[in-house]
Design a binder for this molecule. Structure first.
Ligand SMILES: [Zn+2]
Length: 379
């Protein structure tokens, strides 16, 4: 990663330390992204592809993406949408990485087909009833040992929404309980199975991941690195901060920030950007999910800068994800510059609109250019 200081007249912060003005890094990927489908997908998918080289597209549509055939169709709809928004064919085709939604009906044969497909790289565990469209999910990893064994054998990655499905467990402790009850069993029984504990939120689960074998990694969202439950509930209810797993305490957030800024390759970028139409969030029975994709990179950059760890950012954003998944790192470069970025109040989302995380706020970093686009324009 190249870092340069362009403005020597900027006030110096701390001891002889000038704030960076520009960051150049390997193009990042998003290892956890919800794009929905249809017109809504068409309105937002290209916003991610403008920044991220690849993204794992979550399978919790209605009906859920449980088969390779469904994943193929969904992938083609995404690629077509990106091309309609101006993406070159090869860039559009490279962007969506697919994952299957695991249910009690998932077969070993489907896993074998997925491994052969070339575009399905994992399968996702949803605890039944815990988040958007998770009704078809499972109540425990132990329900599908034959499927997990097939994934281990064929090299698919298990992506885990790590909360217990038990509605009687306190919502703030569902991740902790999952980390204590389900994960040790999975680590013991499937030592060769690569896993990603997605959207890590608690210091407790973080400690479990830190002690887990190298086959186990975790993704972190911008919202869990920036906010805690006081921000969501402390003075008034903030529906656009409501997501699953729910925001935890400030001390949890501080531990998460410490972990991602330490340079440990177990932790990498996964936005969990999950758009919901405005009226379904601002509602007496509001949906869980934060929409962050268009400027998630600016949010993460701020987190790393606030922790004085910009030198660790490229590993988290661009290296550790592909390394864990056994995929090549991107070759394109991306440049972030210190220029104010005003987050729009809302985005088009099919017949409705979606309110982004940090709507109306000004962020200090923005993506200035993507090298491969420039090369294409010059060609
Ligand atoms: Zn998600």
């Amino acid at each position: 990663m190249q870092v340069t200081t362009l403005n020597p007249n900027r006030p110096v912060r701390g001891f002889a330390k000038k704030p960076l003005e520009r960051l150049e890094l390997t193009q990042p990927d998003d290892w956890h992204l919800h794009l929905r489908d249809g017109e809504a997908m068409h309105d937002i998918a290209y916003l991610s592809a403008k920044v991220f080289g690849r993204a794992i597209i979550m399978p919790n549509l209605k009906p859920a993406v449980t088969t390779v055939a469904q994943a193929r169709g969904y992938r083609l709809r995404i690629v077509k949408s990106l091309i309609e928004h101006g993406s070159p064919l090869d860039v559009a085709e490279r962007f969506p990485l697919m994952t299957l939604y695991l249910t009690e009906a998932t077969t070993v044969q489907e896993i074998e087909e997925a491994a052969k497909s070339g575009f399905v790289i994992g399968a996702k565990y949803y605890p039944a009833g815990q988040t958007t469209n998770s009704e078809a999910g499972l109540t425990s990893l132990s329900k599908i040992p034959h499927v997990l064994a097939a994934m281990e054998k064929h090299g698919l990655v298990l992506e885990i929404h790590g909360e217990v499905a038990d509605p009687n467990t306190d919502v703030f402790y569902r991740e902790q309980r999952f980390a204590d009850t389900e994960l040790p069993w999975a680590f013991r029984k499937f030592s060769g199975l690569k896993m990603v504990i997605e959207h890590l939120t608690s210091a407790h689960a973080l400690a479990v991941v830190l002690e887990a074998p190298p086959t186990v990694a975790a993704t972190l969202t911008p919202q869990h690195l920036m906010y805690d439950r006081n921000d969501m509930l402390g003075n008034s209810i903030q529906p656009h901060l409501y997501c699953k797993p729910i925001l935890k305490k400030r001390c949890d957030r501080e531990e998460l920030v410490k972990a991602v800024t330490s340079g440990n390759p177990k932790f990498f970028l996964g936005t969990d950007s999950a758009p919901h139409a405005r009226h379904t969030k601002e509602n007496t029975c509001g949906c869980a999910g934060c929409f962050s994709a268009p400027f998630a990179l600016s949010l993460y950059t701020k987190v790393f800068e606030d922790a004085d760890a910009l030198d660790k950012f490229e590993g988290f954003a661009s290296h550790f994800g592909p390394d864990h998944y056994g995929l090549p790192r991107n070759t394109a470069k991306i440049v972030l510059e210190r220029k104010p970025l005003l987050v729009p109040a809302e985005y088009a989302f099919g017949e409705h609109t979606v309110v982004p995380l940090c709507a109306g706020e000004t962020l200090p970093w923005r993506v200035e250019r993507l090298e491969y686009l420039e090369l294409r324009e010059a060609a």
